[in-house]
Design a protein. Structure first.
Length: 69
């Protein structure tokens, strides 16, 4: 089985669905937190936004392997 098929199979499993749900939710929450830090000029905003954007990029990349029905 090729790696893409393995990833699709894992993403169809309950554990894959739970992981993606957490990844979307936590990634979005950290993006909002970084934006709040930026708006209120709290130190560390750039780092939080950078980390959260990288997280979102990875989540969206992985979600590209979900099967279409």
């Amino acid at each position: 089985m090729n790696p893409i098929a393995k990833m699709q199979k894992w993403m169809d499993s309950p554990s894959g669905q739970v992981f993606m749900n957490y990844a979307y939710s936590w990634g979005a929450a950290v993006v909002v937190l970084g934006a709040l830090f930026k708006l209120t000029h709290i130190p560390g905003a750039n780092l939080i936004l950078f980390i959260s954007m990288i997280t979102e990029v990875l989540v969206f990349f992985i979600s590209g392997f979900e099967k279409t029905y």
